[in-house]
Design a protein around this ligand. Structure first.
Ligand SMILES: Cc1cc2nc3c(=O)[nH]c(=O)nc-3n(C[C@H](O)[C@H](O)[C@H](O)COP(=O)(O)O)c2cc1C
Length: 330
């Protein structure tokens, strides 16, 4: 697709970013494939002790690290992990907490670019004022935890109107055509989570993956049900509607377990962690995060193929809308 302020700032070829997906869903292999295919790949630091974060970063070949980022969920902040990430990868990305100039400065001190995911124009302004290099505008269509309640087209316009820094659009985008729409509206980059959850390199539990493939966007719901194991005040999230019904129907306190870095932890009912390949139990009743973009999840594909398809389809959609462009090549 075209060059944008996002590709210039981060030194990548394509304005696509794989969303961070914590809890072992977005693997280092996924981030590497996306970065290698021309986009920006993201690692999660959530619940990772320093040694485990170090191992995740070391799994990314050194030449790719500039095009890989580490996400920090503010209520889970570990200052040591932040220090390590900011000195090791090209981008540190914060979410689910108010923009904080001290955290932005700490991430800049290590040499990384800094982004903040926001759900309102006021938070976008706060991110720019805090010194961020870019801001991610997350619409309510997004899978996972939600920064706000505004739909992406409305939020994107309002954020573009109030900040000068590059803006990445996130939430409900699954196809190249949808990516073209936000790029055409002025976004500098596009972040996709749910679509990359069905990449061959990602690690959702097979039952979660099958549910994603079977669902479409109308099968998702905004809820605050899955609040256990989330630090701080509850935060709304978008999940497949089927898991809300299954969790409500299951009256046990503990519905499964998962291996986490060699220890087995119990998963209570209504817990925030989504089921990954190391999870057992009542998978259908766990938090099955999905954006309305789940409509675009039809099969498992290598991440590089997803990136190439997004680029090709976005290119076609942009060209079809711009007659001068589509005739220029003839
Ligand atoms: C399964 C899943 C896990 C997520 N985990 C995180 C996370 O750990 N940190 C974060 O900042 N955002 C997380 N998100 C939200 C993404 O950053 C992004 O806003 C969202 O995926 C965009 O919507 P989409 O899923 O429709 O593409 C997650 C999203 C999903 C679907």
């Amino acid at each position: 697709v075209r060059r944008t302020r996002f590709t210039d700032l981060l030194g990548c070829e394509l304005p696509f970013q794989q969303a961070p997906m914590g809890g072992g869903l977005a693997t280092p292999a996924l981030a590497c494939s996306v970065a290698d295919a021309g986009g920006i790949g993201m690692l999660s630091s959530v619940r990772l002790p320093r040694a485990a974060l170090e191992a995740a970063i070391e799994a990314v070949p050194a030449p790719l690290r500039a095009r890989v980022g580490v996400n920090v969920i503010v209520p889970f902040l570990d200052p040591e992990g932040l220090e390590l990430a900011s000195a090791s990868v090209g981008l540190v990305d914060f979410s689910y907490g108010p923009p904080d100039p001290g955290l932005v400065a700490a991430a800049h001190a290590g040499g990384a670019r800094v982004s903040w995911q926001v759900g309102s124009p006021a938070a976008a302004r706060a991110a720019a004022d805090a010194g961020c290099d870019l801001v991610v505008a997350q619409g309510v269509e997004a899978g996972g935890h939600l920064e706000g309640r505004t739909s992406l087209p409305v939020l994107l316009g309002a954020v573009l109107d109030c900040v000068q820094i590059p803006v990445v659009a996130a939430g409900g985008i699954g196809t190249g055509r949808e990516a073209a729409a936000v790029l055409g509206a002025g976004a500098d980059g596009v972040r996709l989570g749910t679509r990359f959850l069905a990449a061959a390199e990602a690690a959702p539990h097979p039952e979660y993956l099958a549910a994603l493939i079977a669902a479409d966007g109308g099968d998702t719901e905004r809820t605050s049900l899955f609040g256990a194991m989330w630090p701080g005040p509850p935060l709304a999230h978008r999940v497949l509607r089927s898991c809300v019904a299954a969790a409500e129907a299951d009256d046990r306190d503990v519905i499964g377990s998962r291996d986490m870095l060699g220890t087995t932890i119990e998963i209570p009912r209504f817990a925030a962690p989504a089921p990954n390949t190391a999870t057992t139990g009542a998978i259908a009743a766990m938090a099955l995060y999905a954006g309305t973009s789940v409509s675009a999840v039809r099969r498992v594909q290598p991440a590089a193929e997803i990136v190439a398809e997004l680029a090709r389809d976005a290119e076609q959609a942009l060209a079809a809308r711009t007659p001068e462009l589509s005739t220029a090549g003839r």
